[in-house]
Each structure stands twice: as C-alpha cells, then as structure tokens.
Write a protein of this length. Structure first.
Length: 298
C-alpha cells in the first residue's frame, strides 16, 4: 500500500465549545485527541493553545509546553507543529515565542503563512518582514517550517524564501482550499498551485468548512497528504445537521484512503522524508491514548 501524510489539526483558533461541544479546549483534551489521532495514523499534529480559563487562543509558553510535554510523555515520535498565527497577534516577536521552547517541549515545526489574506470575517496579516523574521527564527533554532499556502501567489513567496536560504532542504507545505479569498477544491486549482512549487516540496491538502472532505479526497486521489480536524471543519455533513468530532473526521477519511489502498505514513517515515531529527521513543506499539486517559483521569 502507498503511504500518505496524515496531519491532524485538533482545535485551531475559531471553534468553541459553544459551536461544537467536541472541540478540545483544555490542555488535557488537546493531548487526549492528539494521542487518539496518532493511533489512527496521524504523523503530524498542528497545535494551537487555548487559555485554560477563557478558552481563547493563546501563545502562552507554559500552555504550549504542557501540551507538547504531555503528548511526548506517551509518544515521542509524533511530529509536533506549533501555530505562529497572526490572526490575533501582530507583533512578530510575540508570534515567535513558542519557538523558544526547549528540551522535551521544543516543537519540531512552526506554521508559516506566506502572505496576508482575508478569511470570511477577519484578516490574517503576514507582512513580508514578518514572514522573513519567522522563517529566520526557525532556521536559527533548527525548527522546520510548516508552510501554509492558500493561493498560487504564496507559491511565489516560497520560491523567494528558498532562494534566500530560509527554508530547509525539504519543505513541508499545507495547501488550504475553500477559503472565500483563496484557492478552491478542484483539480484545476490543485494543479495550478502544485505546478508552481519547487521539487523539494512535500504537500498536504486541507479544506475549510464543508470543503474539508472534498479537498482531502482530491488530495488522496492526486497522491498528496491530507490535513483533517475540527480546526478546519466542525460539521460532519454538508447539510450541517451533525456536529463532527475529531475521531469521526479521522475515521471517515482513513476509511476512504483505505479503499484506495493507501495507508498513513508513520512519524518515522515522515521524519525521514522531511529530514527531521528522530524522537527517542517508538511509535505505535502501545495504546498511548488509553495510557494518557488512565493517567489524567485516574
């Protein structure tokens, strides 16, 4: 069977318990869902931290450290990416704070959106200087960027960063489809973006909202990886009659992949492909989510 990258995005910045009660907000909920996802085949977890009192997005180092260390206590091979989003923080130095974590809390990757853009109700500002600064900080600290591309213009930015030697030898890119102001989930848009990327880029595709399933299915059919989770989509069906859980989204897309005789790549395989340093533990030998639940909940 052919292997594909399964990137898991458990919570993001937008979903709340009010929108969907399955949304993991507390540190323990995020850890538990990530460990569950690893057992279903996820090799990368794209992490946002939430304030433990308000549930609002936060860049607090202690919260990020607790999430990363909590995951690595049970799974050291899983590739962990911290969000450096600019949707509610503009200061590049504040956005880069999670990159200062070290030891067991040091992330493997950091997100890097390659241009300013609009979402449905707000803007995400990523000035050229901010992009260069965040890329440079990751290069200095030996943390690999998880490049986020929403349209073909961002591919041009990636080529520029590679020329400036601000990218690693192999680049991992999330290509997000379905945003009102960006690329849409069609083979034409997928081809337009991927054809402009250099040969050292490994791509996964995400879909926003009701476009998640279609984008994931198109990506698998085209031989790419996928990103899935409640960060991008809180509904299980297009009619929005059933709220999704992270488990239900993961189980559905892995079943679709299995019908195509595709299997999720292990974190070890993805680390080798992306040139990331391997972790100290072993992957997939014990039910880590069950271990965490027992330890956390007694």
């Amino acid at each position: 069977m052919n292997a594909y990258i399964l990137n898991f995005c458990p919570t993001g910045m937008v979903p709340t318990k009010h929108m969907n009660p399955h949304t993991p907000v507390s540190t323990s909920e995020i850890i538990e869902d990530v460990l569950m996802a690893s057992e279903l085949g996820a090799s990368i977890a794209h992490l946002h931290a939430r304030d433990q009192k308000t549930g609002e997005p936060t860049g607090d180092l202690n919260t990020f450290a607790a999430i990363i260390e909590g995951i690595r206590k049970y799974n050291k091979q899983l590739i962990l990416c911290v969000s450096l989003s600019g949707r509610n923080v503009s200061d590049p130095a504040l956005r880069a704070l999670p990159l200062s974590l070290d030891g067991e809390a040091k992330p493997d990757m950091g997100s890097l959106t390659l241009s300013s853009m609009n979402f449905a109700t707000q803007a995400s500002i990523n000035a050229p200087g901010t992009i260069n600064y965040l890329a440079g900080q990751m290069a200095l600290k030996g943390i690999s960027p998880e490049v986020e591309i929403f349209d073909s213009g961002m591919s041009s930015c990636l080529n520029s960063l590679i020329k400036k030697t601000l990218m690693p030898p192999t680049v991992y890119a999330n290509i997000l489809l379905g945003n009102l102001f960006g690329a849409q989930p069609s083979f034409a848009h997928i081809a337009a973006i991927t054809s402009s990327l250099p040969g050292n880029v490994v791509s996964s595709f995400a879909g926003l909202g009701s476009y998640q399933l279609r984008s994931n299915a198109l990506a698998l059919a085209a031989g790419h990886g996928i990103r899935v989770g409640l960060e991008d989509n809180i509904w299980f069906d297009h009619e929005r009659t059933t709220l999704a859980s992270n488990r239900s989204l993961l189980e559905r897309i892995t079943a679709i992949a299995n019908l195509q005789q595709l299997t999720p790549a292990t974190p070890t395989q993805v680390r080798e492909r992306l040139g990331l340093q391997p972790g100290q533990g072993r992957y997939g030998l014990v039910p880590v989510a069950d271990q965490y639940r027992e330890a956390a909940h007694g």
